[in-house]
Design a binder for this molecule. Structure first.
Ligand code: ADP
Ligand code: SF4
Length: 683
């Protein structure tokens, strides 16, 4: 039964000529599928309709080949040939009770048009903001007229495809309408440049065009970034960001407001709390009578209710919370709050779009696999016959395998060597800013504790003898991995012979003991050849414990892979603010007399660096000794009732937490079937 405190979340809201069934609004978000894998995109969004979201939006949908984001997999509505798949989307969403929204986009100077080869369009002659050596050309009056027609035609096509809400989009530093608005891109001297009203003109015109074209039966939404976090150099919510809302106040049927650019809008948990956009967007409702939707990684119904009651939002917008749990609204409606799989704010989902592949999520292994594999985030077919399964290791892979197997009806026992559940997340969630990562094990443990067919044992390091003696039908090894201390990673492929064991502290030691793992005073040098979050999180932790820290990396920047998670600039800035000495482009060449020798990866030039303690953050080795031993004793399996031994997660191949969860889940899904990846569905 629903808690009456949450009734307000289920009130219908009028949006222009339409009414949404509740206040849960899946705002536009990229899926890495778009026009390239439309069936997969449809299956993913349709799952959210089933999960109770009142409005489901597409991702940004290119209106014309002059807005061609190739090779990124965005939506497309270039011409009528795009209609059949878009119509299928709206029909499916409507059948499940949701309104369908489409985010039309022209990306202006944020594209190099790599496929269409059209010179990009901009307000002025400026270089594009992607890395290609390409400039946009200043649009003349004919171009502006053409653009308005493309947008109007796209809106008409969207209406024909059955969309209910049609977006006019000026956000994320990615759209032509925003480019015209921003002084730094618009140096025109005609009626589209100069004064605020002139720079706003195209936005105002396109909004009016859209209302005129489709406003009779569709709602017209504006997605607008009220703040860029650039100070006076950018749009500010106390300045022109506010002025835009005041100027257009009741012209759209819905305001969807957020921060720009994408790294500000989709901040990770390391840099922001739930509801982090409220301070910036709360003014909007005072300037319009139209409903307002906003985001801020809302996963708690209490926070959602608070945002509505305080008059900040009318609709709770979500991208990531709807990815981590497509059934979030339904769970609140059914009073199953503890079942909500809360987003941890890691941006693995964002990284998948940024690397042009379908969505992956740390918390929800089924996202992006609804069509390819037929996976449902809430339902897994029952096994249909008794199965006993021993899961060895209670980290992300083991816990997800156990949880999903219990859901399928297996008799599951999980044995964990240590005194806590969660494996790597039990340690990593203690690093600065990563507390939400504990949700990976917390959610799985709470599901397992409710299951009557799962037994959970801590403090139970199992040996091969134990496992063989226990006589389970299936054995799953999820024993994780250990970090190397010999320097082997990408740049050093062989162990470094010169590393003194008394000066090296490994990642696992630091994770388990915190700064207490370091016994010597003096400078700590972190050598990062992993390029993700770990080394920078250690730097933060050690600075706050009072250590002087140097960060050496063969890469030109700190933590380069975090560019995909939109965190790189924030991480580098934070380390600089903490006075961490950053030494890019160096590898390790020697260690003698308390000094490291560093060697430039390009020139080979060397320099010396005083170092009391070296922390190599390079790569891991699978903890697969049990696997090896059980393989060598395969002849004993049958006599002991063992049908199969399988390894999952980091003990097979160390990777991300998301990969371990996925692997554990795949194991459970395929328990009695031949594993199938259905690669053909993408061909
Ligand atoms: P993954 O990410 O693949 O889940 P983790 O390293 O997070 O891997 O978790 C592996 C877990 O397995 C750790 O909590 C570790 O204590 C546990 N483990 C390792 N070896 C054994 C063993 N022999 N018996 C029981 N648990 C084990
Ligand atoms: Fe949230 Fe991470 Fe999943 Fe994205 S990948 S939805 S940030 S848990």
């Amino acid at each position: 039964m629903r808690d009456p405190r949450y009734d307000i979340l289920f009130e219908p809201v009028q949006i222009g000529p339409l009414t949404t069934r509740n206040r849960f609004f899946q705002v536009p978000h990229c899926s890495g599928m778009g026009h390239r894998y439309p069936e997969a995109d449809l299956a993913m969004r349709s799952m959210k309709a089933e999960g109770g979201w009142g409005v489901i939006s597409t991702q940004e949908t290119e209106i014309h080949p002059s807005s061609d984001l190739s090779p990124s997999n965005q939506g497309r509505i270039w011409d009528d040939r795009d209609l059949p798949r878009l119509r299928k989307m709206t029909e499916t969403l409507h059948k499940k009770g949701s309104l369908a929204a489409i985010q039309l986009v022209h990306n202006g100077i944020h594209t190099a048009n790599r496929l269409s080869r059209i010179a990009p369009y901009g307000p002025s002659d400026v270089v594009v903001d992607v890395t290609d050596p390409v400039q946009a050309r200043a649009m003349d009056k004919a171009d502006i007229a053409a653009f308005r027609k493309w947008h109007r035609d796209a809106a008409l096509r969207a209406k024909k495809a059955g969309f209910d809400i049609i977006y006019v989009y000026a956000g994320h530093d990615m759209t032509l309408l925003q480019h015209f608005l921003l002084k730094r891109y618009n140096s025109r001297s005609d009626e589209y440049g100069g004064s605020f009203e002139n720079r706003l003109r195209l936005f105002r015109e396109v909004l009016a065009d859209t209302r005129d074209a489709v406003g009779d039966s569709c709602a017209v939404a504006v997605r607008f970034a009220v703040e860029e976090l650039l100070g006076p150099a950018g749009l500010e919510h106390t300045g022109e960001g506010r002025d835009v809302v005041a100027a257009l106040a009741d012209e759209p049927d819905l305001w969807d407001v957020n921060l720009s650019n994408w790294s500000n809008d989709s901040q990770t948990a390391r840099f922001s709390q739930e509801g982090y956009q409220e301070d910036y967007v709360s003014f909007v409702k005072s300037l319009t009578t139209k409903p307002v939707v906003g985001v801020g990684r809302y996963t708690s119904p209490d926070s959602m209710v608070r945002a509505i009651r305080k008059g900040i939002l009318d609709l709770i917008g979500a991208a990531r919370p709807s990815i981590a749990d497509p059934f979030l609204p339904k769970k609140i409606e059914e009073g199953r709050i503890d079942d909500i799989r809360e987003c941890i704010g890691c941006n693995i989902c964002v990284a998948s779009d940024n690397t042009c592949v379908p969505l992956r999520c740390t918390q929800n292994p089924s996202i992006g696999e609804e069509w390819r594999k037929g996976w449902h985030p809430e339902v897994i077919p029952s096994l249909g016959k008794p199965q006993s399964v021993l899961v060895v290791g209670g980290g992300p892979a083991g816990l997800e395998a156990a949880r999903a197997l219990a859901q399928r009806g297996a008799e599951v026992v999980v044995a964990e060597a240590s005194q806590q559940w969660g494996g790597r997340v039990s340690h990593e969630s203690k690093l600065p800013g990563l507390a939400t990562w504990a949700r990976v094990s917390d959610w799985r443990m709470s599901q397992l504790r409710q299951a009557t067919n799962a037994e959970l044992y801590l403090d139970s390091p199992l040996t091969a003898d134990d496992i063989i003696a226990y006589q389970f039908q299936k054995v799953v090894l999820a024993t994780g991995a250990t970090w190397r201390t010999d320097g082997v990673g990408r740049v050093h492929r062989l162990p470094l012979p010169f590393l003194p064991s008394d000066a090296v502290v490994g990642v696992d030691d630091l994770l388990q003991k915190g700064a207490g793992a370091i016994s010597k005073s003096g400078r700590v040098v972190i050598f990062d050849d992993d390029h993700y979050y770990m080394a920078s999180a250690f730097a933060e932790m050690l600075v706050s414990a009072g250590y002087k820290v140097a960060f050496v990396t063969p890469s030109p920047i700190v933590a380069p892979w975090t560019e995909h998670t939109l965190e790189q600039a924030r991480i580098q800035q934070r380390l600089m603010e903490l006075d961490v000495e950053i030494i890019p482009l160096y590898q390790l060449a020697g260690f003698e007399g308390g000094e490291l020798t560093l060697e430039c990866v390009y020139s080979g030039a060397t320099k010396r660096l005083e170092c009391a303690t070296l922390v190599p953050v390079t790569s891991r080795l699978p903890s697969d000794h049990l696997w090896q031993e059980l393989q060598s004793r395969e002849a004993q399996w049958a006599d002991n009732g063992i049908e199969a031994v399988t390894r999952v997660g980091d003990c097979k191949a160390p990777g991300t937490i998301a990969a371990a969860v996925y692997d554990g889940h795949s194991y459970a899904q395929n328990l009695l079937a031949a594993p199938s990846d259905n690669y053909d569905r993408y061909r």
